[in-house]
Design a protein around this ligand. Structure first.
Ligand SMILES: [Zn+2]
Ligand SMILES: [Zn+2]
Length: 588
């Protein structure tokens, strides 16, 4: 089901910003809090309404609860519509960007009389904003950069969002149209690229059913504009979570299905290369099939395998179709056997209420064991430098270790492992002494500060510590919000290999860090990787799926990924590094 909680959280964040703009601190805080609570709810708000529990959600007052009901029933919140009229329209759009925020925008509005995005960009460029007290060239530069990234991200959405929308549409079409024999979302969604432009859906149906399918598709309630409506192809613009997306639906016959899937999955470069090879073999490929060039005789097309096989290659997993050597490998029958979601045995980067997570360790453990059937999870709360995230000091982490021992005893086996996400400090030292780190099962070390400097030296130094097992989100990028900090990843990969440290593939939709290119490089160098969700609430564990997809895009096999292994093997990885770099082994 498509996630209405996120829509509501976004609206409440905007309302909070407007109240802040209007100097109503109290309401601003109440809405801000409500937004966070709704974002972290384990279940759809509609289910809370159905079970009569909406009004008992902690932290949500009756006035906000009634607005949730109003939104579920009418698709609108009257109060929000009224509030929007009290602030410049463009500001509502800009208020979530880093470096902007209601206070900044209010000052620019009050002191320079600016109320549109166009005027704002002009004032950023001509120096008027720079001259305001407390601004200066650095801040202005960051604001301009933020705006630029925002404009880019408006055109593309995150893979996770695209998958949610895709699944919602596929379910709806399948459920309501028995005429659809098969359905698949193709394009960059199927290749699991980290960001997605338009959505392309293909279906199989008989010719006589085309009109009915297109009539239904072009009357979906999310549609804001119909671009083309035809019997074989329709294009519409749909609105999800405030963002407009173009969605195309194409209908094919059963005997064309494989060729159509292959053609519309792309990438463009992959298809160009494939067609060149087909041509050399006297064949012709289009979206309906594979044909002999001279006689036009159709020789394949019903399945994707048949299309690739006809050209003399193995079927290529969609995640690899970027023309980065996969075609050559498929011709030589040497494609890697990519890691799969079912290979994952545990999640090794998880936050609980001990720092900035929403759930207690016990609830996390029970949920994960039941839902995912993992063999272990590692709780890795923040260390003390992360004050906003309620990072742990030495005394509290020792208490957390004790709590985990008790919980494991209650559960009857050592399901929960205790670790930390320790901050890498400015000089590359760590936020916990070795004395503490040596007591832990697993140590994630991450950079959370000083994003403007070259951070290679800090990360290298952290890897030299015998107790650091993996570098968390190694490049620090946030897709669409913040670029990676300067870091020499070749040097990091080399050091990881030398010290026996793993690198993380952080599965948070905005991170997917490291990216496919670096994953492939790490795999080639024999560096181990860990796919982690960095979960802060129970819903986040589902991100493992896109972490695995990112690993597949980087040609990673099961053996490259540490958390496909048993805990015994992971312990050996930890102990090997400690032995090699002179650390003490854990007493258990
Ligand atoms: Zn982190
Ligand atoms: Zn984390």
């Amino acid at each position: 089901m498509y996630n209405i909680n996120k829509d509501l959280a976004n609206i409440f964040k905007k309302m909070a910003a407007i109240y802040e703009f209007l100097d109503d601190r109290f309401r601003a805080m109440a809405y801000q809090r409500a937004a966070h609570i709704i974002e972290d709810l384990p279940d759809d708000v509609r289910n809370y309404i159905l079970t009569g529990k909406l009004y008992s959600i902690k932290g949500i007052g009756p006035s906000i609860a009634s607005k949730i009901e109003e939104y579920v029933n009418t698709g609108k919140i009257q109060k929000y519509e009224e509030l929007k009229k009290k602030v410049p329209e463009d500001f509502i759009e800009l208020v979530d960007l880093p470096g902007f925020g209601p206070k900044t925008l209010k000052r620019i509005h009050d002191e320079l009389g600016i109320s549109t995005k166009e005027e704002l960009i002009k004032a950023l460029k001509d120096g008027r904003i720079e001259q305001l007290p407390g601004f200066g060239p650095k801040k202005v530069e960051n604001m301009l950069k933020g705006l630029q990234m925002y404009e880019l991200s408006k055109r593309r959405i995150l893979l996770w969002e695209a998958l949610e929308i895709s699944r919602y549409l596929v379910d709806k079409l399948k459920k309501n149209l028995k005429e659809i024999k098969d359905i698949e979302v193709v394009g960059s969604v199927r290749r699991r690229k980290e960001t997605i432009g338009d959505l392309d859906i293909l279906v199989i149906a008989e010719d006589k059913d085309r009109t009915k399918i297109m009539d239904y598709f072009t009357s979906l309630p999310e549609i804001s504009q119909i671009l083309v409506k035809g019997p074989k192809k329709s294009s519409v613009v749909m609105k999800f979570e405030g963002k407009e997306r173009q969605v195309d639906l194409r209908i094919f016959r059963k005997d064309e299905w494989g060729a159509a899937l292959q053609y519309f999955t792309g990438s463009k470069q992959h298809n160009v290369h494939l067609r060149e090879i087909a041509k050399e073999k006297g064949l012709k490929i289009n979206e309906y099939g594979v044909y002999k060039a001279d006689t036009e005789e159709k020789i394949a097309g019903e399945t994707e395998e048949s299309v690739y096989n006809a050209v003399g290659m193995d079927w290529i997993p969609p995640e690899l179709r970027e023309d980065r050597g996969e075609i050559e490998a498929a011709l030589q029958h040497k494609l890697p056997e990519l890691v799969e979601l079912k290979d994952i045995k545990g999640d090794m980067h998880v936050h609980s209420t001990w720092s900035d997570g929403v759930n207690e360790i016990k609830d996390i453990a029970e949920f994960v064991k039941k839902r995912y059937g993992y063999e272990y999870i590692v709780i890795t709360d923040h260390s003390k430098s992360q004050r906003v995230a309620r990072g742990l000091d030495e005394e509290r982490i020792l208490k957390e270790i004790e709590e985990v021992k008790i919980l494991n005893k209650m559960m009857g086996w050592d399901f929960i492992k205790i670790g930390t996400e320790v901050d890498i400090l400015l000089d590359g030292s760590l936020d916990f002494p070795d004395e503490i780190l040596s007591k832990l099962d697993w140590v994630v070390a991450s950079v959370h500060s000083h994003f403007n400097r070259d951070n290679t030296d800090r990360i290298i130094k952290a890897m030299e510590n015998p107790y650091v097992n993996v570098i968390g989100h190694p490049t620090g990028r946030l897709i669409g919000l913040r670029e990676a900090y300067p870091v020499d990843m070749d040097a990091v990969i080399k050091k990881a290999k030398e010290t026996g440290t793993a690198l993380e593939i952080n599965a948070q939709p905005r991170r997917l860090d490291i990216n496919d290119i670096w994953i492939r490089k790490a795999v080639e160098e024999g560096v181990k990787l860990v796919i982690s969700t960095d979960s802060h609430n129970l819903g986040n564990f589902a991100f493992m799926e896109i972490g695995v997809a990112q690993a597949r895009r980087g040609w990673a096999t099961k053996k490259d990924i540490l958390n496909t292994k048993s805990w015994k093997e992971i312990q050996k990885f930890v102990e090997d590094k400690r032995k090699r770099l002179g650390g003490v082994l854990q007493k258990r």
